[in-house]
Design a protein. Sequence first.
Length: 200
Amino acid sequence: MAAILQNLTKTIVAGFVLAVILFIIYATQEYENTAFWKFLFRWFHVLSGIMWIGMLWYFNFVQTPSMPKIPDEQKPAITKFIAPAALFWFRWGAMATIVTGLILAMLNGYLVDAITLGATSKVLGHTMIGIGMWLGIIMWFNVWFIIWPNQKKILGIVPADAAAKAAAGRTAGLTSRINTLLSIPMLFAMVSAQNLFATS
């Protein structure tokens, strides 16, 4: 067991194997044609969303508030090793969440309804899931086109002088806070659409 748990890749593979075993044990009923794919993309959507929002909250609740307390000689450990790895999972978690969410909406037949905020069907669940989708799309845009380009300056991945790095840090930080703010109503809209207003 220790050999599995001491290696992240083996741990993740073991987690997926356990999930497949659960599926095999409980997959005794017949599903309508697209039910399995809807489930699979919902599962991937939730997994990637946990990665994305988990990293967003790590940055806002842990890393950013802790940076001023870290001695200067120890900060390179964060900027050279931890932050680049965290930003990799952060941005690709965002991409996977958006892609799987759009596929899921298409499989469930409410993609257009959600994008138009329920205007075509007047179904409240589609309006709520649409609000969640648009908030997620805004957050995804912020990650890929504001936060990440500015983080590349801060981390020295692209050349920038001290003034440009300071400006990039402020922009990335404020945009990350905007995403943290939006994550709360986004999650509310997604969960309420699924539970209170019952979209498929």
